[in-house]
Design a protein around this ligand. Structure first.
Ligand code: NAD
Length: 487
């Protein structure tokens, strides 16, 4: 324990950066606050361009040896990281809940096991990563994935460790070295991951963590000429700034951004399934990029759907995310709550009707909300709120449903409730979305491509797509024995 150690719900967390295999403090700090009750958790090292440069230098120095490490050895170490995560599921869960306010039971049962799985999956995928050789006039084409270099990974607060490791694991598996910049509202589990990675035997400098405000440290990371890849999850305005900053070096970018995804409920759907899917959209207090926040319901069943939704929403318990019976926790920050409420109040002033909620509960908690009587071109239908705020509109034909579904600048996901398989196929083919779920939601396999269309993102990660992004993909053409080029 040092003066730089915090005890968070009984767990020791180092508040300093992790650079080149050692802890580094900044001159300045920022205050980390718990969304559960607004209490101060502690002071965290606040990175500047200096620490950004040091972290990239450490990642650059460690790169040649890590890139030359055999696939089998890289995979072995990633499995050891997964072991370390599994051993500390309880600690990671309570620290994450304290830091970002998401449900403790979800962290224990779903999120942290999935963090470990991120490492295991990409370790195993690395071992079977190959493209069958092919021939061109007797010449052999061989495809290989070469490590690209230091990678900067920038992540948001809504699912901190899960989203971070979804990038860290494939980047390390690919043979790249990493500088992770967690969100300033939830930096703690990234620090714990540094401890776990070191214990697992990841060499110094292969994995680095720098903390701080994106506005202060971001440019120094994303404009650095030694950085070979940038993967970012967050908001559209930040993505624009990162793209501008990366443009000088033409650093390849992967951008996973916001959404305004639809849930289409057709009259032939099993309404119980549809209502279950709809209520699920309040998960994580609505702070889910993939959330289907726009309900589009066929007119003939809209009344019945709404009645059942209201009934079901009334059974949800909102409160302390550490309690086993809580369904909806707090929002991340009073500032976020203000933003959410401003969206709702502007929508109500414009003529929307709150069928459920429509107001804040206190400074940290927003009442789950469903708004009807909203116009397609209104702000509440077009802009991402990132809180427990949903809208409901009706349609009378399949064409209208598709038109409304596609009529935003986003294209992250879409969810369909229908009993008609042909309709599902027809509608899916017309939707602009990186992921479509039919009669289900949030089923995610790590080998599937993941990403968004339009302003929801650039590129795809997942399975081989992750290696395509983090690597320099090379094709080697070899002439047959004794072959002479006669022009
Ligand atoms: P944000 O864009 O404000 O911040 C995300 C990260 O970017 C933080 O670490 C922040 O410090 C950093 N950052 C800020 N300015 C920067 C700069 N100039 N240069 C470099 N980094 C900078 O987003 P947020 O509020 O933390 O997250 C919410 C957003 O993330 C929502 O729009 C949500 O939809 C999106 N999101 C998308 C996905 C996805 O997979 N598509 C997943 C989760 C969240």
């Amino acid at each position: 324990m040092t003066e730089h150690t915090l005890t968070v719900a009984g767990v020791a967390v180092d508040t300093r950066h992790w650079i080149g295999g050692r802890r580094v403090a900044s001159a300045e700090t920022f205050t980390d606050v718990s969304p559960i009750d607004g209490s101060v958790i502690g002071e965290i090292s606040r990175g500047t361009a200096l620490e950004a440069a040091a972290a990239v230098a450490a990642a650059k120095a460690a790169f040649p040896a890590w890139a030359a490490t055999s696939r089998a050895e890289r995979a072995r170490i990633l499995h050891a990281v997964a072991d370390g995560v599994e051993k500390r599921i309880e600690e990671l869960s309570i620290v994450e809940t304290t830091d970002n306010g998401a449900l403790l039971r979800s962290h224990r049962r779903g999120v942290m096991p999935r963090v470990a799985h991120n490492f295991r999956f990409f370790a195993d995928w690395l071992l079977k990563l190959e493209h069958e050789d092919f021939e061109t006039r007797g010449h052999t084409n061989h495809v290989s994935w070469d490590p690209a270099g230091p990678s900067v990974l920038i992540t948001p607060w809504n699912a901190p460790l899960m989203l971070a490791t979804w990038k860290v694991a494939p980047a390390l598996a690919a043979g790249n070295t990493v500088v992770l910049k967690p969100a300033e509202w939830s930096p703690l589990t990234a620090s714990l991951l540094a401890d776990i990675a070191a214990e697992a035997g990841l060499p110094a400098g292969v994995f680095n963590v720098v903390q701080g405000y994106g506005s202060e440290i971001g440019d120094a990371l994303t404009s650095h000429p030694d950085v070979r890849r940038i993967s970012f999850t967050g908001s559209v305005p930040t993505a624009r700034r990162i793209a501008e900053s990366a443009a000088g070096n033409l650093t390849p970018l992967s951008l996973e951004l916001g959404g305004k995804s639809p849930l289409l409920v057709f009259a032939d759907a099993d309404l119980d399934v549809a209502v279950d899917l709809a209520v699920e959209q309040y998960d994580n207090a609505g702070q889910v990029c993939l959330a289907a926040t726009r309900f589009l319901v066929e007119e003939s069943v809209a009344e019945e759907f709404t009645r059942r939704f209201v009934e079901k929403a009334a059974t949800l318990t909102q409160g302390d995310p550490r309690h086993e019976t809580t369904d909806i926790g707090p929002n991340i920050h009073p500032r976020q709550l203000e933003k959410i409420d401003a969206f709702v109040q502007r929508a109500l002033a414009a003529g929307a009707r709150a069928v459920v909620g429509g107001h804040r509960k206190d400074i940290q908690y927003y009442a789950p909300t469903l708004l009807t009587d909203v116009a397609q071109d209104s702000e509440i239908v077009q802009e991402e709120v990132f809180g427990p705020v949903l809208t409901l509109q009706t349609f009378s034909t399949e064409e209208e449903a598709v038109r409304l579904a596609n009529d935003t600048r986003f294209g992250l996901a879409a969810t369909l409730a229908t009993a008609d398989a042909e309709r599902a196929e027809r509608v899916t083919a017309q939707l602009v979305a990186g992921t479509v779920w039919v009669n289900c939601f949030f089923v995610r396999d790590l080998q599937a491509p993941f990403g968004g269309s339009r302003h929801s993102g650039v590129g795809r990660e997942g399975g081989t797509w992750s290696f395509d992004f983090y690597c320099d993909v090379k094709n080697t053409v070899t002439a047959p024995n004794g072959w002479k080029n006669h022009g």
